[in-house]
Design a protein around this ligand. Structure first.
Ligand SMILES: Cc1cc2nc3c(=O)[nH]c(=O)nc-3n(C[C@H](O)[C@H](O)[C@H](O)COP(=O)(O)OP(=O)(O)OC[C@H]3O[C@@H](n4cnc5c(N)ncnc54)[C@H](O)[C@@H]3O)c2cc1C
Length: 404
């Protein structure tokens, strides 16, 4: 079976989207208060597990649903559009990590991990970014060999989405010399960077509640601190930069789904409000219906074009992956080529929420409404890897023949 052969039927896909639509009702109910409190509602964790969606992209041979790239995007879109974008972003980290591990791990580690997900609905968090340089930091977090094949991990991850709900934390750290020294040479440092995973119950892990933002407030992206956390040999997940980056599609599509969902949510909200809004007697005439105003019609059409362009790029990129078309992309530019789908979705979320705010009218800026939240939440999309700037630079370099 090729890497992105589709192993689910259309009926199975529809059934998974149905599960998401049902769960979205709960997300929608708790979303406004979670945004106000700036925290992930942890009462949703057991409901997420009950929904079975923890198994969404675990391949069928391990007992999962075996969802493909396009299906994971559709499920995330449904949760973000009909439920809540920030809460969806939080649980989204689980799928990002499971997707990456489908091919990154060696068989023993993969079977052990997927067994926990299938049998116990174990959920994962994936804090990699660090304070110094975000996702591009060569990990300052260190894994010091313990002399028995394992490590003691110390460091700090200041972007730890879903960390409070997770059963397992996966992260990157630099394997040091026996005396705890990190290689001074940058390339040697990068070569030592590896992926690890441990249960959240491991001694030495603590969470600092540092999350206070204007966007994605309900995502619960806290700081995770490791203080000499013992990681056994089985917790080793392989090299980081060469390994994880090679699985970038499992970052691209789940994130793209969340932001398509934000665009879809904003679009539906503004369309439904404009279709029935009457202004009554105004300086323009009596009983002015907003839907009859030319510039409103024009901009609503523009919002739909933005949404559909993005959705078609995401779906089209998934089709390229299924057909193995990515074989034509060089390994170094592959993450950037893939991320075109993520950029399409995150930029559509920004554009559609912007149009929706303008068309809805001044009331849209009042705090706490679903559109106001969508507008704020859309702003976080530009930072997820790969960022637009990183993609443009990588592709520009590649085209000019100067990409390493
Ligand atoms: C809501 C939310 C949730 C998140 N959750 C997680 C998570 O769960 N796990 C996780 O690992 N991360 C997470 N992140 C972090 C995210 O992926 C980025 O790493 C983080 O935003 C910091 O990266 P940055 O590029 O924004 O900022 P910085 O890395 O500080 O970049 C600052 C500036 O430098 C530029 N720059 C960055 N790197 C380079 C480079 N190598 N060369 C040249 N210029 C560069 C950037 O373009 C930017 O202009 C989350 C982010 C958000 C917004």
């Amino acid at each position: 079976m090729a890497k992105h052969d589709i192993e689910i039927t259309q009926a199975e896909r529809d059934e998974l989207i149905g599960r998401a639509r049902k769960l979205a009702e709960k997300f929608a109910e708790l979303g406004p208060a979670a945004d106000e409190k700036n925290e992930l509602p942890l009462e949703l964790v057991p409901l997420y597990k009950e929904s079975g969606l923890a198994r969404l992209i675990v391949p069928k041979k391990y007992g999962g649903f075996g969802a493909d790239l396009w299906t994971v995007a559709l499920v995330e879109k449904e949760l973000a559009s009909y439920g809540d974008p920030a809460i969806t972003l939080s649980f989204n980290m689980h799928h990002v990590m499971i997707g990456i591990f489908r091919d990154l791990l060696e068989e023993g580690a993969r079977a052990r991990l997927f067994k926990q997900v299938v049998e116990n609905d174990a959920l994962l968090s994936g804090p990699f970014s660090e304070e110094r340089a975000g996702f591009s930091t060569i990990a300052d977090t260190v894994a010091v060999p313990d002399g028995n094949g394992g490590w003691l991990v110390s460091g700090k991850k200041n972007w730890a989405t879903f960390i409070e709900g997770a059963d397992i934390v996966t992260f990157n750290a630099t394997i040091t010399d026996a005396d705890g020294k990190v290689p001074e040479d940058y390339k040697k440092h990068a070569a030592r960077e590896s992926v690890f995973m441990v249960p959240m119950t491991a001694p030495g892990i603590s969470i600092k509640r540092t999350w206070d933002t204007f966007s994605m407030r309900a995502s619960g992206t806290q700081t995770c601190v490791f203080d000499k956390v013992p990681v056994p040999a089985e917790g080793f997940g392989g090299p980081f930069r060469t390994g994880l980056i090679g699985e970038m599609e499992w970052v691209t599509f789940p994130f793209a789904g969340v932001y398509l969902g934000i665009a879809d949510r904003a679009y539906r909200l503004v369309r439904d409000s404009l279709a029935k809004k009457s202004l009554g007697h105004t300086v323009s005439g009596d009983n002015v219906m907003v839907r009859d105003v030319g510039h409103v019609q024009h901009q609503l059409g523009q919002a739909l074009v933005e949404l559909e362009m993005a959705e078609r790029v995401v779906q089209g990129t998934a089709a390229i992956m299924t057909a193995g078309g990515d074989a034509a992309w060089g390994a170094a530019e592959r993450p950037a080529r893939l991320s075109i789908a993520k950029i399409a979705a995150t930029e559509a979320a920004v554009k559609v929420t912007d149009i929706a705010m303008r068309l809805t009218g001044g009331g849209a800026i009042r705090r706490g409404g679903p559109l106001e939240r969508a507008f704020r939440d859309a702003r976080a999309g530009i930072y997820h890897p790969l960022s637009g700037d990183a993609v443009y630079e990588l592709l520009g370099k590649s085209q000019l023949g100067v990409l390493g």
